[in-house]
Ligand binder design. Structure first.
Ligand code: ADP
Ligand code: ADP
Length: 216
């Protein structure tokens, strides 16, 4: 099963991607997580990517395309994958098509998570992530049982450097300019679905499962 989950920053791609991957027995490939790991590991790629990420701008296409190709063709992806945060513009969508074609793979579903802009700012500014396992929380909507500690592994929770109000505004602007055109790009495909995600996490999850089954 090969799924693309796209939508604005804060729509719930990471939260739902984790759940769906677990339920379907496939891997969750989150572009932002891969890039943040490269930054933490201080790889040459990570050092180059950090400035763009902190400023809320995109990392160059060739960098992210190379990282994705490596993941989707790895043995761990044999059962399938759910892509979150890639593609993020039309150039990346075309590169994804070409690499799927080359490896004889097809997309089963592209889902757009639709969320009102005022909710996005609230979701992003309250987001907390576990430094150890990457699991996501929200200060108000899904708070950890113990403040500052991950429910799953006890790791330390932190706020992303780019989840500051000024960088959030910049990221939403880049989303409108670069990623929103993907709606036109995919909306004519028979496997395209939109899920309204202004509601709670469990409800969104149920809608997503129905949408994916319907598309497949
Ligand atoms: P994305 O990966 O699309 O940027 P996340 O999955 O990281 O989004 O979600 C952003 C923040 O909003 C997180 O703190 C998450 O806990 C919270 N969140 C996600 N989905 C919902 C929802 N349906 N209702 C309320 N909060 C949500
Ligand atoms: P969010 O969860 O808020 O949607 P991500 O964690 O997916 O954000 O991405 C964080 C940052 O990583 C982006 O603001 C951008 O700098 C970089 N990034 C992620 N995915 C891509 C991509 N497909 N192309 C270019 N840059 C990307």
């Amino acid at each position: 099963m090969h799924i693309v989950l796209f939508g604005p920053p804060g729509a719930g791609k990471g939260t739902q991607g984790d759940r769906l991957a677990e339920a379907f027995g496939i891997i969750h490939i989150a572009m932002g997580d891969l890039l943040r790991k490269a930054v933490t590991d201080q790889t040459s790629l990570g050092l180059k990517a950090k400035a763009s990420m902190d400023a809320g701008k995109f990392v160059p296409d060739d960098v992210v395309i190379g990282m994705i190709e490596e993941r989707i063709t790895a043995p761990a992806a044999a059962n399938g994958f759910i892509l979150d945060g890639f593609p993020r513009n039309v150039v990346q969508a075309e590169a994804l098509n070409a690499m799927l074609h080359e490896h004889d793979l097809d997309l089963d579903c592209v889902v757009f998570l639709d969320v009102s802009e005022n909710l996005l700012v609230e979701r992003l500014s309250g987001r907390l992530l576990c430094r150890a396992c990457g699991f996501g929380f929200h200060r108000h909507y899904s708070p950890p049982r113990e403040e500052g500690r991950c429910d799953r592994c006890g790791g330390e929770l932190y706020q992303r450097d780019d989840d500051r109000e000024d960088v959030i505004v910049q990221r939403l602007h880049v989303y409108q300019e670069q990623t929103a055109p993907l709606l036109d790009y995919y909306s004519h495909q028979p496997f395209f679905r939109t899920v309204s995600a202004d509601i709670g996490v469990d409800e969104v999850y149920k809608r997503l499962v129905l949408a994916i089954k319907d598309a497949g």
